[in-house]
Write a protein that binds this ligand. Sequence first.
Ligand code: ATP
Length: 219
Amino acid sequence: MSCIAEKCAKTFGADPVFEKVSLRIDQGEIVCLMGPSGAGKTTLLRCLCGLELPEKGTISLSGTVLCQDGRWCDPIQYRQKIGLVFQNWNLFPHWTVLRNLTEAPVRLKGTSRKEAEKKALRLLEQLKIEQKAQAYPNSLSGGQKQRAAIARACMLAPEILCFDEPTSALDEQSALDVTQIIQDLAAQGLGILIVTHDEQFARRTGTRLVRLSELQSNS
Ligand SMILES: Nc1ncnc2c1ncn2[C@@H]1O[C@H](COP(=O)(O)OP(=O)(O)OP(=O)(O)O)[C@@H](O)[C@H]1O
């Protein structure tokens, strides 16, 4: 199981963001993607998650091809194998934490609500916020929102989990907790990609640190 981006290029209007970028994330790895502001880290992460279409290159995940040279190939199947924890968590404010977790499996996978709730409660318990299952997102702390967002991303049992700036809104203790959570997920076999500016967090959490500039080939 690996997520592979090969020689990808992305342009917004006339502005190239990156060219010939290749990256591979294997099972159990925690890859931290770093680099200057505006370099294109979030754009690459969004391409890998199937939220942006690169004009060139190929992206695949354990044999399922997301896109090739500007064409979508198998985006629906691909997106079920990859999860994203957004920087601002993107929890639906009008739903309880439990409903935030259960909606995607019920709607996308046809899982019964009862089964989805059972799985959601198990995940919330693992992440130590089961007591917040019936709470609404605006009543949670930043660290709790982060855990709820991680639990939600895990509901579809992704092979790869991506994080955009996971510590930007967290205090030191919550950031340390996130390191532990991410390392536990990797130990369970997930591949992890983290876009971060937080060098200290990246050094203690990652198994591999890469700079966007190192991912570009000249040939
Ligand atoms: N939807 C968009 N439309 C037009 N330009 C965009 C869009 N998204 C990103 N960009 C541009 O692409 C470039 C890369 O942005 P991106 O957010 O990927 O950088 P980044 O490395 O993640 O930056 P930061 O570390 O500051 O978050 C920037 O110049 C940005 O303005």
